[in-house]
Design a protein around this ligand. Sequence first.
Ligand code: DGT
Ligand code: CA
Ligand code: CA
Length: 575
Amino acid sequence: MPLHNADMAAIFDEIADLLEIQEANPFRVRAYRNAARVVNEFGRDIGSLLRQGGMLPKLPGIGADLAAKISEIVDTGKCAMLERLRKELPSAVTELLKVPGLGPKRVKALYHDLDVQTPEQLYRAAKNGRIRTLHGFGEKTEHNILAALAMRVGQPRRFLLAEAALAADAITAYLQQMPGVGRVIVAGSFRRMRDTVGDLDILATAPADSAVMARFIAYDEIGETLSHGPTRASVMLRGGLQVDIRVVDELSYGAALHYFTGSRAHVIAVRKLAQARGLKINEYGVFKGQARVAGDTEESVYRSVGLSYIPPELREDRGELEVARAGLLPHLLTLADLRGDLHVHTRASDGRNTLREMAQAASDMGLEYLAITEHSRRLHVAHGLDAEHLLLQMEEIDKLNASLQGITLLKGIEVDILEDGSLDLPDDVLARLDLVVGAVHSHFGLSREKQTERIVRAMAHPHFTLLAHPGGRLIGKRDACDVDMQRIIRAAKQRGCYLELDAQPERMDLPDVHCRMAKEEGVLVSINSDAHAARDFGNLYFGAGQARRGWLEKTDVLNTRSLQALRPLLSATMS
Ligand code: DGT
Ligand code: CA
Ligand code: CA
């Protein structure tokens, strides 16, 4: 399709915008802006002129370089320079520039202040009301951004498990109230406790003629009904989360639950086992010829293929069938096994509650000990503590411990691991703590070699106890650092220190496969809330889920130990 003057002008305008965002030379920016205007206002169609073999007319302010770009655009329909600039900047920038009323200056402010890279993240920020909180932005701009992105971001996106859990709890409670409904359970990746879910898959049991479906699609959080029939429906909640529902009769419950829990690969592997025994498994039951031989419970489905019950978190076709057949399935950790939390913040750095409030909340969770681990001085944005403030807090903890009942506070720090692998506080201060939690908060982009070396060096520090959020990912926002996790885990083993599973919903770090790697190498994992407020101890539930996906048992987890058993394990690392 031939490009016209206005198209060409749009290309030059976008180049000017992107250059401006990159803080390029203002004269260069102005040259492209000028070119956009001149081309747009030129009385004849430049593309047609050139294609007819004519020369590019003399245009004010258009030198050889810009003239060459005009020819390139006419010839190829594209401009390599624009493509390159787009690649250099986060994709959210291109989307933001399309929003009416947003110029390059405000776009730059947005993507810096919100720390968004992709249109999806931007959409979420707008949805969560974060844009209106920025200086110079109001509700109207936020609304414009949402409207502009809604079309694009209608494409599938994944939700954090904890986010999805809020919706899942509300909708299952609603369904449970309906007369005639038997069981209501969320299957799919949600039940397998993946860190993110694509959608919710609800299974309900009810008689064939029940009004369950009609009631389901009357749920007032539904934004759009995608499809609906007598036994199945799909809806989109207002928040953008899709919910699929299937209604089956009680007799098929186990087979249906097995099928809809997945994973697909696991279900297929179980079906293969069934075929080898002359059985057929589908979502209605296990059949031998025409006869149903199992399927009312999941146990009966597994039994029919000679296996013991496999917990949902293990159903990823990662060897669980072989292990089940050998009768060697792990006794997975449960939330109740956790007796302490080794990573939390208070108001002293970037948390919201006091020491006493955090201690109370941990105690309410049934925990016996709680390590206070503020950020260290390097992390200014989190009001990190210097040695002096840390020592003051240690005194405060001693005093508080004297009056607390049923819970003990431990003295710790979440100390920054600096670029060279050294720690952000002096040794003599670190030596006085019960534990030292080390964390990477900067220089995420080092090469695999350098990043791994940096962390291994930090762990070699005599006072190092626990590596916080080892991969450094923020789900949907930042990929994990490029590191050799096997080497880090082996170094931890050698050094006698531990790895954290940080249970913040957007961290979930260590992820499952690395939990399993740690277990295999004999390195204990500590499942911590990384709480910044009293309510964040709820993170531990999801952390336990991720640990289960990583095959962890009670004995594989550091903070299942009593305080008495824990103390020597912490000091074992202090040499
Ligand atoms: P998600 O939603 O992307 O986080 O992942 P899942 O595992 O929840 O996948 P979803 O919602 O597409 O399907 C839910 C379950 O239903 C899935 O885990 C297994 C089962 N399922 C769906 N489609 C198929 C299929 O074509 N074949 C088989 N064997 N199972 C399927
Ligand atoms: Ca799903
Ligand atoms: Ca689904």
